[in-house]
Design a protein around this ligand. Structure first.
Ligand SMILES: Cc1cc2nc3c(=O)[nH]c(=O)nc-3n(C[C@H](O)[C@H](O)[C@H](O)COP(=O)(O)OP(=O)(O)OC[C@H]3O[C@@H](n4cnc5c(N)ncnc54)[C@H](O)[C@@H]3O)c2cc1C
Length: 436
């Protein structure tokens, strides 16, 4: 007899959601995590979009370990000496069901994994899944579990759900990924800067548990990518996301790029006097829909970042909700397949069907070109500069000269940039199309 019905590898948001659904369905499920506790190895920028939890854990906002509720969301276009910010604030996001919340991953992931354990899942920490266990130890044998780094640590089950995050070794070993292209990945690096709670609230103009989410374009020293700034109760997360091949092709290190962003006149006053408490880095599967692997094989499903389901589309960086959404779908499809006694790829087809029917694939399809457009050279290098210059000219008062007028300013700026009007028009059209 196998040890379990299902082995879920990785107690991030995808794995814990899958394990929770399976345990609630009465399945014997083992959640294997390499860290000493769920979330201990995990990092991200900092905002969880929690609505996907509404059905899984009704009233989740009353108990989830949240730092601040995001009520201000700003997008900043930056050059070395300028910054133009679209700053949105709403009271509607300050109450249930909320829109976004900052949270620390060790807290959030532990809480979610705890829900799976409460429902009956067995959580095994400090255990690395080293590979797939196959029937008769034959490379072409059916998957019958995972090998772990514990002595006598093989765990058996007819079904394995790989939720082991970006660059999933298990999904690759199962042959679900094709060629891996570094251009499909960005690396995210982040500093957690400690400041007194009152200082954060004064500088970011928020009160109580309200928080701020800043996305920044033009802060990555010419490397395709972007920056972010998120407020926690008494820390601020500040970081950049950088295209991997472009980062490798030049000499600046990520920490230097963050340091330059932090020194910018629009950012420095926000962080002044803060103490860096933590520095972390992690890969992001950036290419979205175009890099999603086969999602099911015989005896195997892949969910979350392991299946490249993070939505990293410019002003949207949403991975936790997509991990939870795909984890739930994997848990439901696995339950269905086990009940029918068919865990072949065909028997697990309900997983893809569920993803296609909900926001996970719909958003990925809709925003398929968005990351590509945002990462394009003109969006990264030229448009922040053009936008900042236009606004600077609009607001500059040069009496006794009269105001030049918007049309003249725009014409002058386009000419200065050396871009062709045809390209600008095409980018505007692509932008509209790629953002759905
Ligand atoms: C810099 C940065 C900023 C981001 N910002 C945001 C944001 O603000 N909001 C947002 O929603 N998303 C954000 N993301 C994306 C988000 O972090 C991911 O999409 C999300 O964590 C994916 O969840 P997951 O459960 O699929 O994988 P993970 O969270 O990576 O969890 C994988 C788990 O598997 C475990 N594991 C891995 N290999 C093994 C193994 N062999 N054996 C046992 N255990 C294993 C790991 O320890 C980990 O616990 C960001 C990512 C980065 C890098």
């Amino acid at each position: 007899m196998p040890d379990f019905d299902v082995i879920v590898v990785g107690a991030g948001p995808a794995g814990s959601s899958a394990a929770l659904v399976l345990a609630r369905a009465g399945r014997k499920v083992c959640l294997v995590e390499r860290g000493p506790f769920p979330g201990s190895k995990n990092m991200y920028g900092g905002v969880v979009y929690g609505r996907i939890l509404d059905t899984l854990i009704p009233g989740w906002w009353e108990e989830a370990p949240i730092q601040r509720w995001v009520t201000r969301r700003a997008t900043m276009l930056m050059t070395d000496t300028q910054a133009l910010t679209v700053d949105y604030r709403t009271d509607a996001w300050a109450g249930p069901p909320y829109n976004g919340a900052t949270a620390y991953r060790p807290d959030f992931d532990s809480w979610l994994a705890g829900k799976a354990v409460d429902a009956g899942a067995t959580l095994v920490c400090e255990t690395v899944a080293k590979g797939l266990l196959r029937e008769g130890d034959r490379p072409d044998g059916a998957i019958v579990g995972v090998r772990t780094d514990r002595p006598d640590g093989d765990l058996t089950a007819p079904l394995v759900i790989a939720c082991d995050g970006v660059n999933s070794f298990l999904a690759k070993e199962a042959g679900l990924y094709g060629e891996v292209d570094p251009a499909n990945y960005t690396v995210g690096v982040k500093e957690t800067v400690a400041l007194p709670r009152e200082t954060i609230e004064q500088r970011f103009n928020v009160r109580d548990r309200d928080g701020v989410d800043f996305e920044i374009l033009g802060c990555t020293q010419g490397i395709p990518g972007g920056g972010f700034l998120y407020t926690n109760l008494d820390t601020v997360a500040v970081g950049v996301v950088l295209k991997v091949p472009s980062l490798a092709a030049q000499s600046l290190r990520p920490e230097e790029i963050i340091a330059r962003m932090k020194a910018h006149s629009a950012i420095a006053p926000l962080l002044e006097g803060g103490e860096v408490k933590e520095y972390s880095a992690h890969l992001i599967p950036e290419a979205g829909y175009d890099m999603i692997p086969e999602l099911a094989g015989d005896g195997m499903l892949v969910a979350g970042d392991a299946a490249a389901l993070c939505l990293a589309a410019g002003i949207w960086l949403e991975g936790v909700n997509f991990a939870i959404g795909s984890g739930i779908a994997a848990g439901e499809a696995a339950t269905e397949a086990l009940t029918r006694g068919d865990v072949s790829a065909a028997g697990l087809a309900g997983y893809r069907a569920r993803l296609d029917a909900n926001f996970v694939m719909k958003d990925h399809k809709k925003l398929r070109r968005a990351a590509h457009v945002i990462m394009g050279e003109r969006n990264q290098l030229h448009y922040p500069q053009i936008a900042c210059n236009i606004v600077e000219d609009m607001f500059r008062v040069e009496n006794p000269d009269p105001k030049p007028g918007l049309r003249r300013i725009v014409q002058r700026e386009v000419k200065r940039s050396g871009l062709r009007v045809r390209d600008l028009m095409r980018d505007a059209r692509d932008g509209m199309r790629s953002f759905g």
